[in-house]
Design a protein around this ligand. Sequence first.
Ligand code: SF4
Length: 253
Amino acid sequence: MKQSEYLKILNLVKISLKEYSDWGENEIYKYLVADTKASKSILQATKQKTFSTEILYSKEELGKLREEINSCKKCPLGESRLNAVFGVGSPSADLIFVGEGPGYDEDHKGEPFIGKAGHLLTKIIEAMGQTRETVYIANIVKCHPMIDPSNSEKRANDRPPTPEEMSVCRNYLDMQLEIIKPKIIVTLGASSTKGLLNNKEPISQIRGLVKEYKGIKLMPTYHPAALLRNPNLKKFVWEDMKKVMHFLDTREI
Ligand code: SF4
């Protein structure tokens, strides 16, 4: 074997050990003694195996976090909720949508965005060529903020989360972001945008502008509930989503 080939393999192995540390050194050592072609193909297989290992790891970590949230009472919303609403979607999604908090339907079913606004969000996701299973959907607070917390069965009992509630619960969203490692966040509406960016501008001014949260690109846009009230806003959301799609395709925005 030529020295250059040997060095090339050694370099690949170094990268492999760094990136794919769940493989033991002995496994990697075997590649050193194999010929270049075989090493590359085994390394490819290593990557594929590790890719699925990473997804399994994320699933497990998300599962543990879900359990923690299910019993959380760190803020008063934990006392009145029926179900904590953790999040749904791919544990390795590139795109995550973040809303403000669960409403009546979500509180009853324990899943985010399943009411009328959720149905519209699903349509937007599908128009982007994705599904609820390929993206991730979560909220900045995991429990239903109610106007009258004594009656979880009352309809139209929703209110936006307070800054205090968002600041206590945001830690859980941060952990979700750390596990999932999305490439871009779409905040839906004024509350989740303010909760992450602490901005002063109204959503009508900040939407469509590319921001960052913890090193992750962030696109603020209108909440689907606002589109149900005012369908004229749909064209703005679609403009924003086109920028997101372009970023997902090219990593440029
Ligand atoms: S809203 Fe968040 S911090 Fe408050 S009780 Fe629910 S999970 Fe805990």
